[in-house]
Design a protein around this ligand. Sequence first.
Ligand code: HEM
Ligand SMILES: *[C@@H]1O[C@H](CO)[C@@H](O)[C@H](O)[C@H]1NC(C)=O
Ligand SMILES: CC(=O)N[C@H]1CO[C@H](CO)[C@@H](O)[C@@H]1O
Length: 328
Amino acid sequence: MSYRLLFGFVLSLVLQFSLVLSNPPGLNIGFYQYTCPKAEVIVRDEMTKIISRVPSLAGPLLRMHFHDCFVNGCDGSILLDSTPGSPSEKESIPNLSLRGFGTIDRVKAKLEQACPGVVSCADILALVARDVVFLTKGPHWEVPTGRRDGTRSVKDDAVNNLPPPFFDATRNLYQFFIPKGLDAKDQVVLLGGHTLGTSHCSSFASRLYNFSGTMMADPTLDKYYVPRLKSKCQPGDKTTLVEMDPGSFRTFDTSYYRHIARGRALFTSDETLMLDPFTRGYILRQAGVAGYPAEFFADFAASMVKMGNMQVLTGAQGEIRKHCAFVN
Ligand code: HEM
Ligand SMILES: *[C@@H]1O[C@H](CO)[C@@H](O)[C@H](O)[C@H]1NC(C)=O
Ligand SMILES: CC(=O)N[C@H]1CO[C@H](CO)[C@@H](O)[C@@H]1O
């Protein structure tokens, strides 16, 4: 593990250097160093326990930060419960499958014990996402903190801001990534996050049966992979989980790129990254890495920081929620 820490250290020096200028005002590395010096250690310790007991939570917790950030910025709004008459982001279709809310509550409870009312839920999501990547053998990076929690969480915001898996990657890019300040590189890099976790059959079943009304499978899917997926996912299955990166879905590595390169990505939004020369080049380069994927790890760290800095609330904006599921 030490080479990754060393790598993380060097990486963070480089990032800190370049980010001093680009962090949004109010967001900085070590924001809690005086107000809650143990904050990051508390999160790390709690996550180490949780992931060693339930490794399958790594995927959902990484995904949760992405969903939080893409819907009105990284403001913890994904965590808010619905109130009578107004359904929150949690009720939206893309979140059909989010889990791990209990983990966030546990981490928040530990932080409230140590420093009541200091650490925001939005920062917890960013730190937890970083920690699950590291704990599954991925890179380590410094997370700028100082986010504050929002008070708005509306179901339709999630529907409008989260790309669906049946979209073409170029449409994802122009409709969902570019407006948020993320470019083609961020897109192909962040989608490497699909190296962790599972998908419901229902998220890609349309590619197996009756694709575009043809009664056939999607011809861009590897024809040897189709029967394997069909044997796991019967038509209409809404509950079965399939590993997105079979064989290493609990390890953060480059193997999802190898799957994309072979036509074995589960989603159209991943597979179509092969159609653009730039993203295709990136995928093929990472797919060919033997050993330590230094380029991907550095890129992933940088793109996660960029995503985590999107439309944040800082200073006197928003609030520090006492409980992540409710506004104060
Ligand atoms: C074009 C953008 C994206 C699309 C269309 C997309 C789509 C999806 C879908 C459909 C699932 C499966 C959900 C299910 O059925 O259970 C999923 C899972 C996942 N996504 Fe993405 N995703 C995108 C971007 C990202 C990004 C940027 C990250 C993080 C960096 C991410 C991390 C994950 C993870 C870790 C899982 C596994 C969750 C689990 O194990 O429960 N995704 N994604
Ligand atoms: C296949 O898809 C077409 C077009 O979407 C639809 O009209 C047809 O009913 C579907 N057939 C089956 C068996 O699902
Ligand atoms: C539509 C739907 O299934 N929404 C779910 C989103 O996530 C929350 C928390 O896991 C569920 O309670 C909702 O049912």
